[in-house]
Ligand binder design. Sequence first.
Ligand code: NDP
Length: 254
Amino acid sequence: MKLFNLNEKVALITGGNGGIGLAMAKAIGEAGATVVIAGRNEDKNKNSIEELNSLNIKCKSLIVDVVDEISCNELIEDVVKEFGKINILVNNAGTNIRKRPEEYELDEWKSIIDTNLISMFTCSKAVFKFFKNVNGGKIINIGSMHSLFGAPLGSAYSASKGGVVQLTKSLANTWAKDNIQVNAVLPGYIDTTLTRQARIDIPELQKRVEERTPAGRWGDPDDLGGIAVFLSSDASNYVTGTAIPVDGGYSING
Ligand code: NDP
């Protein structure tokens, strides 16, 4: 359908070499876009490119460390150098360290804010002038259920993901007249490397999520594909500043 068609679009997905980012890259690529995935780990990049190639998706991988402003700026300039433009930015790279608040070293705490929140500002700022060149663009920021709730073992993660929602609203407000739509997606509990570690740290988590989620199951990364295409496409041209849960109903179950 034309409304969801991403032919001729160029999309960059940070942390696109695994989990939710790779699933979004696949969906955006299958809708017609050229996708660039960016992460730190070269092997993961390579494996993900093989997967995208097997789906006949036009793609490239680049190395980035999203906590480094220069690295983010170079990444976005490289995308434009290679493909002539950029239309879609998915700020997906993220991390977590689970500890009680009093146990964090300040550097650890700051590293989570740097990775999950400040990187979104850096990449969004860097992409702005290139979006202006093509009269608009789409930014998708990945939040979390912890944009809404406070994780007992995740003060930095919750603070960063709460910040993602407010940053999204602020950028959306400022850039609406530039035809740039900025939205956040709040995934529920999705089966990825990140949550595999969480289930080791918190053994009861697997069952607790199944019981609370009305859909009765954990999410699969591919469950995030539809929202990624919608928020990347013309179908969402009048949707901006939102924070959309994709959580099997987890957040509406009291
Ligand atoms: P993964 O661990 O599979 O993916 C995290 C990605 O972030 C990896 O591709 C990693 O790439 C990249 N990354 C981390 N730090 C950096 C960095 N400094 N520079 C560049 N890339 C970086 O986990 P998920 O797929 O689960 O997580 C993706 C996003 O979804 C995160 O923002 C997470 O907070 C969010 N989320 C996940 C949920 C879940 O249930 N899984 C729920 C809610 C939100 P590399 O290894 O190459 O550095």
